[in-house]
Write a protein of this length. Structure first.
Length: 201
């Protein structure tokens, strides 16, 4: 166990960075963290040698942990891996920058096959996060529920591009978009195509 960097991303867009270089304390911090419960308390407090900083957990969008030997937290069933992408890589790999190559949502998938789903997440405050999720395709009746469950939990974690693990506070989730979406349509979905994104004036 070596050094660890902790980054706290708030709804306002600010990022506070903290550092610990004592391997014993790093191990103690990580032992006490469960990815699904980071935001379950009212506050997140970080105590340094000279200061003590407390965040209101509900106002925190994301916590980054950067260290070697981070815990291998499990994802929900059939979600094998999830990694963050840069926006340009996300656009290229998902073919959003080349609509002619977009994979249709109703493209057939067989149970047991592996597939990659590209996910754009928008958090309170407007921050967008781009992810690639490797999944094992379930039975038709399970496919939509598995993906919805991932983003209806209290928190979700993923690997960061530069190394480390990020934990999202899904209570501050505004929107998530799946490309391609599951081949099962929710019965309450409005049937319309995504045209563009704008900002209200």
């Amino acid at each position: 166990m070596h050094n660890m960097e902790i980054r706290i991303h708030t709804q306002s867009g600010s990022v506070e960075t903290f550092f610990q270089d004592n391997p014993v304390l790093v191990a103690s911090i990580l032992k006490g963290i469960q990815s699904t419960k980071v935001f379950a308390t009212n506050i997140i407090t970080i105590a340094g040698d000279y200061s003590l900083t407390t965040f209101v957990a509900s106002r925190v969008n994301r916590v980054d942990l950067i260290s070697e030997d981070l815990p291998l937290w499990k994802h929900p069933d059939d979600i094998l891996d999830m990694v963050e992408l840069a926006e340009d890589e996300f656009q290229e790999r998902s073919h959003l920058n080349d609509p002619a190559r977009l994979e249709r949502r109703r493209s057939p998938k067989q149970a047991g096959e592996f597939a990659v789903v590209f996910v754009e997440v928008e958090m309170t405050g407007g921050t967008r996060i781009f992810l690639a999720a490797k999944i094992k395709v379930g039975l038709p009746a399970e496919r939509l529920q598995r993906l919805r469950t991932l983003f209806c939990a209290a928190a979700a974690h993923f690997r960061m591009r530069q190394g480390g693990t990020a934990i999202l506070n899904l209570k501050n989730l505004v929107r998530f978009t799946l490309n391609p979406g599951p081949d099962v349509t929710p019965i309450d979905a409005w049937p319309a195509h995504h045209l563009s994104r704008g900002v209200e004036s």
